[in-house]
Design a protein around this ligand. Structure first.
Ligand code: 1CP
Length: 388
């Protein structure tokens, strides 16, 4: 399906941005940079706005979600906004009993760790998300409309892309099976072996739901999509390939048909045999501790791979194979180190990122809540200057 003409990719607004070019494997005037969890508790303006509003209520308030998404773009001059939401939002929208407890994370009303519980969950039609997703569509549209009015220093108005995201089926299942956050995701790992049928049903259902969440954001105006399989690093390569990768591929199939390009009448179906140059929306796949899985994570259908801080980018480049753009991977702990130490680490990440065809600078995981936001701004400036 061709994205509508007003979509920032179809309209050519974000097509040549540093970020989209990097995800296509091209190097631009300098290295693009954004930070996972750039919106959130490190920003005083976020803390002020969130007073008295629960996390999921904030996610489902389009004006608030858009404003929180834009805060770090304005403040830091990052090369992308990441949509303010959470991986459990689509579950909430189809009626699953989930809340986000401050300081803890997503907590469910029950555990989904056996065939009976999973049968109850999967009786919910994932397609129901489409009817319930209006607050997401509206929040993305508001964000993109504001980005279209925004021109960070040295960039054209409207050129800053919004990244949409979703949780990968395994990471969502890790929470569902446990009923909340856990360290080793034992319940999910047990279930996949103890009852492979129930596990497959859970993964299929979750893929259908989270894929739709991602598609909603792209249709509404996101210029790239990131699939977070944060906890996939708990798996062996064999378990990942057998019990998880097919569901992640299924989730990504919900955005793989979304294309933009030149020479195609926007809004018209993609005519077979058309010689128009079309591109699909770039997809990034990220996980924590996934050094052993990087090749397989690329293999589920990602254009670029996000790397955590445990392996250097030049090593990651060799593991994902030639031609794959990388994103990462400064250790978030270094944000609290003396500037000279941090600066050297940023330069080292940039140097090692040269091993990939293109590099999007990021952290190896999210911004720690206690981070001094002025340090993040300084890192953006350094990346733009040293990454040229
Ligand atoms: O009240 C609050 O401020 C709660 C903290 C918070 C925030 C700011 C949570 C609870 N989620 C979020 C927003 C969020 N979640 C974003 C926002 C956009 C940005 O990056 O700026 C994103 C991308 C997520 C995605 C998310 N949620 C992931 C994948 C990314 C990652 O960090 O690995 C995961 C694993 C979650 C679950 C979750 N939600 C919240 C917390 C504290 C957690 C992790 C809990 C755990 O450790 O298991």
């Amino acid at each position: 399906m061709i994205l509508p003409p007003q979509h920032p990719l179809s309209a050519g607004l974000t097509t040549d941005s540093r970020l989209v070019r990097a995800y296509r494997g091209e190097r631009a005037d300098t290295t693009p940079v954004w930070f996972m969890r750039q919106a959130g508790r490190s920003l005083p303006e976020y803390r002020d706005l969130r007073v008295g509003t629960r996390m999921l209520d904030a996610c489902l308030d389009p004006a608030m979600a858009a404003e929180i998404t834009l805060q770090p773009v304005r403040r830091h001059g990052v090369d992308a906004g990441i949509f303010f939401s959470d991986i459990v939002v689509p579950l909430k929208l189809v009626g699953v009993d989930v809340e986000i407890q401050p300081g803890r994370g997503p907590v469910f009303g029950r555990r989904y760790d056996d065939a009976a519980a999973i049968a109850e969950l999967t009786a919910i039609d994932p397609a129901g998300l489409d009817a319930a997703a209006a607050p997401i569509t509206e929040a993305v549209q508001r964000t993109v409309a504001e980005l279209n009015e925004t021109a960070p220093a040295g960039r054209e108005t409207g050129s800053t892309p919004l990244i949409g995201f979703a949780g990968a089926p395994f990471t969502l299942a890790a929470y569902l099976a446990e009923g909340g956050p856990s360290k080793d995701h034992l319940a999910a790992r047990t279930l996949m072996h103890a009852d492979p049928g129930a596990w497959a049903a859970l993964m299929h259902w979750t893929a259908e739901l989270t894929g739709r969440f991602l598609r909603t954001q792209v249709l509404a105006g996101a210029s790239a999509a990131q699939l977070f399989d944060s906890w996939a690093g708990a798996l062996s390569l064999d378990d990942y390939e057998r019990h998880v990768a097919p569901a992640s591929a299924r989730a990504l199939s919900f955005v793989h048909d979304l294309a933009y390009g030149t020479g195609v009448a926007a809004g018209e179906p993609d005519a077979a045999g058309s010689d128009a140059a079309t591109q699909t929306v770039p997809v990034v796949h990220f996980g924590v501790g996934t050094g052993e899985l990087l090749g397989a994570m690329r293999g589920v259908g990602a254009d670029a791979v996000g790397v955590d801080y445990r392996i250097p980018l030049d090593v990651a480049a060799a593991r994902v194979g030639a031609g794959v753009p990388l994103q990462g991977n400064l250790d978030p702990a270094l944000l609290a180190a003396p500037w000279a130490v941090l600066e050297a680490a940023v330069r080292d990440v940039l140097r090692r990122g040269q091993a990939a065809p293109a590099h999007v600078f990021n952290l190896g995981h999210g911004v720690p809540p206690e981070t001094d936001p002025t340090v993040l701004t300084r890192v953006v400036e350094l990346v733009h200057e040293a990454g040229a």
